[in-house]
Design a protein around this ligand. Structure first.
Ligand code: SAM
Length: 258
């Protein structure tokens, strides 16, 4: 039997409101046939997903007790017992798949970084996050909460804040409100710049978000002479994806003539 502390570490707050569960599942694009649920728990979303028409559905759950419950109650469910963060995604389905879940809040950023890395396999994500995280992911330039994940994800996804969920519809209730968001893959297949440098630039910019980019980019040790002064005098939170791409293209290795 797992201890209460171990359960808490798994971010187990079970949704008890059936109408919200249905609303989350119905937020998935009807055309999507392959669906992976992360952390089905006691199956409040799962029950709608196993019966979704024309759906090739799988779920991954790390908690043994929840997995036993799911096996007993949903014998038709293709359940993978394990850690989503270690699950090889490349051959999970034979074509792209959506990711859905009332996600464990302690690993929400890691889940989203995996989605970012596998963006060509994941056309859509519908999920519940801590409200603050949901706001950050869907934030637009100029917002105080616009950050690394907002930029990286919006480079490849349309991000939408769908609705807020009260802490009172969970058992046990979390300390904070939650929110459901949707990410839909946009048409960008590749960024118009070196992507590794783009990611480093975005991270450096936000690591010192109160500084102007002229100062925040110093740890990159790149030649910034070709970057327009209008960009260098901004803070990272002011830049759109396109401006970060432009900035990345202006960075040169040190000592290389422009
Ligand atoms: N979907 C259920 C619901 O809405 O009531 C449970 C949601 S609960 C917030 C998060 C679930 O994710 C728990 O069942 C927990 O055991 C599971 N979980 C936590 N970490 C996980 C991981 N790394 N991989 C897969 N499942 C995980």
């Amino acid at each position: 039997m797992q201890t209460v502390r171990a359960k808490k570490a798994l971010g187990q707050h079970f949704l008890t409101d059936e109408s919200i569960a249905l609303r989350i599942v119905e937020s998935l694009d009807n055309e999507i046939r392959n669906v992976l649920e992360v952390g089905p728990g006691m199956g409040v979303l799962t029950k709608h997903l196993v019966t979704r028409s024309n759906t090739n559905f799988r779920a991954i759950e790390i908690d043994l007790e929840s997995a036993d419950f799911l096996h007993q109650n949903y014998p038709q469910l293709h359940l993978i017992e394990g850690d989503f963060l270690r699950l090889p995604l490349d051959n999970l389905f034979d074509s792209p798949f959506a990711v859905i879940g009332n996600f464990p809040y302690n690993i929400s950023s890691q889940i989203l970084f995996r989605v970012y890395e596998h963006r060509n396999l994941v056309p859509e994500v519908v999920g519940m996050f801590q409200k603050e995280v949901a706001e950050r992911i869907t934030a637009k330039p100029g917002s105080k909460v616009y950050g690394i994940l907002s930029v990286l994800l919006s480079a490849f996804y349309e991000t939408e804040y769908l609705f807020t969920v009260s802490e009172h519809v969970f058992n046990p209730p979390p300390k904070v409100k939650s929110a459901v968001i949707r990410l839909r893959r946009n048409s960008t297949s590749q960024l118009d710049c070196d992507e590794t440098l783009f990611v480093k630039t975005v991270k450096a910019g936000f690591n010192q978000r109160r500084k102007t980019l002229r100062n925040a980019l110093k740890p990159l040790s790149m030649d910034i002479d070709s970057v327009p002064a209008s960009l260098l005098s901004c803070r990272a939170e002011q830049l759109s994806v396109d401006e970060f791409v432009k900035l990345t293209n202006c960075l040169l290795p040190l000592n290389q003539p422009a």
